[in-house]
Design a protein around this ligand. Structure first.
Ligand SMILES: [Zn+2]
Length: 277
């Protein structure tokens, strides 16, 4: 599950849309959302479905903004959002960044009110200057320099499951292979079968591979190879290392900060709230 944000455009209110089907039943709510209000008409289901289909097609291309969305931004996946919320908690956000602490997606906040968008934008700008550091953990293939997986020190990134196991995880303590039928790392039943900060992978003709920890020489025969992202993984020997390095929290969270800045700016421009999706 991930988080996204939408700011609706004002084209319908400003008469800038193409003619709508069933215009007399179109309404716009206070968030800028245009909808078809036919609940009181008791239409037969087939007609009702046809009207909604026509409405959806109209909405998709009604103005210069696809689906009448002035701005749409992906914010983060759920683990990224959790990590951002933890960062906010660490820097005492309820006191220092009260709007972000209150109105970012959570169980109670469904939107960021337009009335606070300018002040919210100022909080994001101020947040970018926070000197707080976090620890970034990266698994890198040494020859190509390719990044295989990344996480921060407080979290375990479980980044691959294979039907037959084992599963791969990355943590500040190293790269792990674990066997766990419930696919939950550090669960009571998970069984770490290989752990290393720096290791070599030798691909065998059978498709399996031999992983060897460089520090201890301990080896494990894994049923699958650790793949490189993108193009094909070269056969033969590859080496991987876990890099643990400090990084500015605001660099770590740059993706969501950029997205928040875009949608809050859109909210300022349209006077519509930021809707969390
Ligand atoms: Zn529009």
């Amino acid at each position: 599950m991930g988080y996204a944000a939408i700011v609706k455009c004002n084209c319908y209110r400003e008469g800038k849309t193409i003619p709508a089907p069933h215009q007399e039943y179109l309404r716009v709510d206070e968030t800028g959302w245009v909808y078809l209000d036919v609940d009181d008409l008791n239409l037969p289901k087939t007609i009702r479905d046809a009207w909604f289909l026509e409405f959806d097609q109209w909405e998709h291309a009604a103005c210069a903004h696809e689906n009448m969305e002035y701005t749409y931004a992906h914010l983060q996946n759920s683990s990224g959002m959790g990590s951002f919320q933890r960062f906010l908690a660490e820097i005492d956000a309820p006191l220092r960044y009260p709007l972000l602490a209150t109105y970012l997606p959570n169980s109670e906040a469904e939107s960021f009110p337009a009335a606070y968008a300018t002040a919210g934008l100022a909080e994001v700008h101020r947040l970018r200057l926070e000197p707080t550091q976090e620890t970034n953990v990266r698994l890198i293939e040494e020859k190509s320099g390719k990044l295989i997986a990344e996480t921060c020190s407080q979290e375990v990134a479980v980044f691959r499951f294979t039907p037959r196991g084992p599963h791969y995880a990355l943590h500040a303590d190293g790269f792990f292979l674990f066997e766990d039928s419930r696919r939950r790392f550090f669960a009571p039943r998970s069984n770490v079968v290989f752990k290393s900060m720096h290791f070599v992978q030798i691909q065998l003709t059978s498709g399996a591979c031999l992983l060897t920890d460089i520090a201890t020489d301990r080896a494990y025969l894994a049923p699958d190879t650790l793949m490189l992202p993108g193009d094909e993984t070269p056969a033969g020997t590859l080496s991987f290392r876990v890099d643990v390095a400090p990084v500015l929290a605001t660099t770590q969270h740059a993706y969501i900060l950029n997205a928040l800045e875009r949608v809050l700016q859109a909210s300022v421009e349209t006077s519509n709230p930021v809707l969390w999706a």
